[in-house]
Design a protein around this ligand. Structure first.
Ligand SMILES: NC(=O)c1ccc[n+]([C@@H]2O[C@H](COP(=O)([O-])OP(=O)(O)OC[C@H]3O[C@@H](n4cnc5c(N)ncnc54)[C@H](O)[C@@H]3O)[C@@H](O)[C@H]2O)c1
Length: 272
C-alpha cells in the first residue's frame, strides 16, 4: 500500500509572500506536489508569473493580490478560496522580511535607531503573520482541522547584530507559534497544529546588499555568516521546501509548537 504520510494532493494551501524567493519557491513546490495553492502577494509582476506557472502546468490554484496587513483584504481572499474549494487546509505565513531603513549601519549605534522603520518591520513580520492567522484560522476552528507554518529566522533565538526590529519581530513570531500551538490544541483539538521554519541564510532581495557586494563577492558580514555555518555556504531556496512539506502533511501529525531550523548547522555551532 502506498504510504500517504507525506501526501498533500488536493490540499488547499494559502501561501503569503508567494511572490518572494523562499515562500515563492515553497508555493511552486507545493503545487508541483499536487496541492491547490493560493499565491498571495503584492508584487503584480511576480503574481503574473505565478499565474503563468499555474496555467502552464495545468495546476488548480489561485493568484491573489493582497496586503497581509489589511484584514479586510485578507478576508476577501478567504471568501474567494472558500467559494472555489469550500475549505482551507494549510496557511503558510511567508510574507515578511527586513527593510533597509530598519538596519543599524556599521557607523551607527542603537541610539540612532529609526523607530518608524523599526515599527514597520516589526509590524510586517508579526502583524503580517497574526492577521492571516486570525482570518484563515477561523476556517480551522470550524473544521477542527488545519495547519499553520510560520516563517521565523536565525535572529529570533540568538543575537544577530544590526537587525533589531527584524530580530524582535521574529522572536515574537516564535512566541506566537508556541502560544497558538497550545491555544489551538487545548481549545480546538489536535487537528489544528502551528509550527514554524527558521531558515538560516539565503540570498534574497532584502538581504542581498547586507551579504554580498555589487560584484557578487561577500561583504564582511557575509564572510562572518559563512564562517559560522558548518556547511560553509548559504542555503538554496529549494532547501526550505521539504521542511514545509513535512510540517503541513500528516507526517508531522504529533508535531506542534516547534520551530524547525533549516540552517546548515548555524544555530548549533558555537563558532569554535
Ligand atoms: N532570505 C533569508 O535568508 C531568510 C532567512 C530567514 C527567514 N526569512 C524569512 O522568510 C520569509 C520569506 O523571505 P524571502 O527571503 O523569500 O523574502 P522576499 O523578500 O524574497 O519575499 C517576501 C515577500 O513578501 C511580500 N510582502 C512583503 N510585504 C507584504 C505585505 N504587506 N503583504 C503581502 N506580501 C508582502 C514581498 O512582496 C515579497 O514577495 C520572510 O518571512 C523572511 O523574513 C528569510
Amino acid at each position: 500500500m502506498k504510504n500517504k504520510l507525506f501526501d498533500i494532493t488536493d490540499k488547499v494551501i494559502v501561501v503569503s509572500g508567494a511572490t518572494g524567493v523562499l515562500a515563492g519557491g515553497v508555493a511552486r513546490y507545493l503545487a508541483d506536489n499536487g496541492a491547490r495553492v493560493v499565491f498571495l502577494g503584492r508584487n503584480a509582476q511576480k503574481l503574473e508569473e505565478a499565474g503563468r506557472f499555474l496555467e502552464a502546468n495545468g495546476y488548480d490554484g489561485l493568484v491573489c493580490s493582497c496586503d497581509v496587513l489589511d484584514r479586510t483584504a485578507v478576508e476577501v481572499v478567504r471568501e474567494s478560496v472558500l467559494k472555489r474549494w469550500g475549505r482551507v487546509d494549510v496557511l503558510v505565513n511567508g510574507a515578511g522580511g527586513n527593510m533597509a531603513g530598519a538596519v543599524i549601519q556599521p557607523d551607527q549605534s542603537f541610539f540612532d535607531l529609526d523607530v518608524e522603520a523599526w515599527n514597520s518591520v516589526f509590524s510586517l513580520n508579526l502583524r503580517g503573520t497574526l492577521i492571516p492567522t486570525l482570518v484563515f484560522g477561523k476556517c480551522f476552528e470550524s473544521e477542527k482541522k488545519g495547519c499553520i507554518v510560520n516563517f521565523s529566522s536565525m535572529s529570533a533565538q540568538q543575537v544577530i547584530t544590526r537587525v533589531l526590529g527584524y530580530s524582535n519581530a521574529k522572536a515574537a513570531v516564535d512566541n506566537l507559534t508556541k502560544w497558538l500551538a497550545v491555544e489551538f490544541a487545548k481549545k480546538i483539538g489536535e487537528g489544528v497544529r502551528v509550527n514554524a521554519v527558521a531558515p538560516g541564510f539565503f540570498i534574497s532581495e532584502q538581504n542581498r546588499t547586507l551579504l554580498t557586494n555589487p560584484d557578487g563577492s561577500l561583504t564582511s558580514r557575509g564572510h562572518d555568516i559563512i564562517k559560522n555555518t558548518p556547511f560553509g555556504r548559504f542555503g538554496e531556496s529549494e532547501e526550505v521546501c521539504g521542511a514545509v512539506h513535512y510540517l503541513c502533511s500528516d507526517a508531522s501529525k504529533f508535531v506542534t509548537g516547534t520551530v524547525l531550523a533549516i540552517d546548515g548547522g548555524f544555530s548549533c555551532f558555537s563558532g569554535v
